[in-house]
Design a protein around this ligand. Sequence first.
Ligand code: ZN
Length: 311
Amino acid sequence: MNKALIAIDKSKSFRVYLAISTSMVEDARKLHNTTPLATAALGRALTGAGLMGLQLKNKQDKLTIQFKGDGPAGEILVTANGAGNVKGYISNPDVDLPLKENGKLDVGGAVGTGTLTVIKDLGLREPYVGKIDLVSGEIGDDLTAYFFLSEQQSSSVALGVRIDTDYTTQAAGGMIIQMLPDAAPESVEELEKLLSEMTPISSLVEEIVRQSAGKTEEAVIDCLLDRIFRTLPEAFAVERLEYRDVKWDCDCSVERLEQVVISIGPKDLTEIIGEDGKAELVCQFCETKYQFDKAHLERLLKESLQREGNV
Ligand code: ZN
């Protein structure tokens, strides 16, 4: 299942963005045919992007997160919009490393050291760009650091993906706790305690979903919210603000890929037409193949020439 919700505590000290993203991560796994390690890395990044998408004001606002490390996973790039549509890819979907000593998948080792870049396109003239050094490559820690360093905001990001014995996605989910400007000091202490003792979110999602057969998605995510925050004092009880959707969605199309072909430029395009007489483009996000025959390419060359003439 996929579902998200936004909540706020009674004292208005913090806001919660919570998501169950099992289906979204499984969709990505199937499209990219990822190893368990790649599923975990990409799945955490997709879930993080989906959660940050919930913070966008407008449905058409967009954000892109790029994890560029020197590890064997290569680059991980994910995007989300304010409507909850998420997509992404990992350069090396075959990445595989030994498990860490604690038995967990070594996402940090797969990503390595490097940079994290967030680009927010909020419909303004210039997009907002924030860039930091990766903290651990574990994705959640890196996004927590991003909020602090780049947005001067105290937020805690938890992300998790659990892989089943048959390598499918058993459970995936994530949470951002965002401190609000007038947060009560005790709320910070209470949350630190809660987070230090919290069961990994993927385990909580697995448990809650398993116990909730027959319940609506809204009821399931309500249970998850209650479960996470049940130990907080009454003063900081969390109250739901709204349910939201979060899902895998690639919006690629022939029209969009045509623009990519046109951007190759007349010189290289003429060469392609002369040498191969056709071209195949693959959407990086969903692996859909787009075929361009000679007549199609010639039409696009014409457009490319026109465009160059206008510059
Ligand atoms: Zn696509």
